[in-house]
Design a protein around this ligand. Sequence first.
Ligand code: UD1
Length: 444
Amino acid sequence: MTISDTPPEVTASSPQYASPQYAPQFLDTQILEVHPGGRLEGEVLISGAKNSVLKIMAATTLATGRFIISNVPRITDVRYMAELLAEIGCEVTWSGLNELTIDTPSEITPVAPYDLVTKLRASISLLGPLLARCAEAEVALPGGDDFGPRPVDMHLKALEELGAEITVEHGIISAKASHLTGTRLVLEFPSVGATENILMAAVRAKGVTVIENAAREPEIADLASCLAQMGATVSGVGTSTLVVEGTDELWPVERAVIPDRIEVSTFLAALGIAGGEILLRNARHSHLDMVVRKLGEMEMRISPSSNGLWAMCDRRLRAVDVSTLPYPGVPTDMKPLLVALLAHADGVGIVTENLFAGRFRYVDELVRMGADIRYEGQHVIVRGKERLSGAPVQGHDIRAAAALLAAGLGAEGITEVHGAQHIDRGYEDFAGKLNALGAEVVRR
Ligand code: UD1
């Protein structure tokens, strides 16, 4: 079937286009150049959450018919998930600037091949729903990445406990189950991906599934609410015990994706480095309690407004210690941004990572910009400097590349962020949004 990057006026029934030329934000340009600038001033519109939309897209394989998803960010990861859905048999169309229409046929092919899975780690989220829908599924095993090892053992163990027979051979996870049966599952760790995969399998299982020590991220609540709208019964949403009653009757829905709290955190970090006063439209304060508290301790002023969050930074921020933790803790995705922020702050701050073993390559890049940072084990020790100096640097993942770009806002001279395609994977028009706030970021 087809995927299109069509301009908004093209409807679902119009001819389909697979060419990226219709989506200017998917340009292949790989370098973003940050020129030293002044304060950030004005409003920025926060896009839909990457980590929510990808799972909602996976959930569309659970029911036949037409889904309409709005507030979809125009990011490359969405395109990769759309390619995967097309491979499975769905028809995916941009039916508006930020709206996707997904038509799921009654017959789908429950296979996620290696070449697409390696582009998008979140493709593991298809395993649960495809198995539940088709009684079998094959998903290539995603490899590790710059975060260090990314095992999926909890996903597989939970699906086995629901009755699946799973084999991993030649790099492919094969799962089979004539039917899944609800049971009580206790997760070793509140894994986001495992919780989501179990949820999407359990909605079609026979009987009741209880997930203990479930992850509580807002994106999981968004997925659970989507599944409930599709006809599933899910209770305990937002808590660490989720209870799911399985059903054979699921239907397609229209819904909007929640705003991206990590995009909000990214703009707050940029504000902390550049200074200024901004309004983050659509940002939800309730998803950012700990981030707001930590930035408040650093002396950034943040408060909820009627349509988002207002934030002001009129001084050099004070260094603090921060630990990343599962939600509602400070998100691990914010770690590179916090390190970039602390590199400019007054004093010494220690950032402790509690989720992923890797994720340090960006530190050496910040050091190239003159930052004073050391790391040992899971700790990063940052001695703030008044000014960093612009340099060519390499981003190796979405948040690392965004953090380097943010660091460049407070550096003397030009910072060239290579690997800008990582930013496009997770941020809709990041450079354009920063420029609208007064920054000078140029694509080369
Ligand atoms: C998701 C997010 C990612 C975020 C992370 C933690 C998406 C697409 N990605 O990733 O941006 O940084 O949550 O908030 O939503 N683990 C295992 N075995 C498993 C599964 C996980 O040991 O089967 C471990 C991981 O190695 C890690 C921890 O559990 O140490 C948390 O991982 P998890 O919450 O599953 O992260 P992801 O869902 O991969």
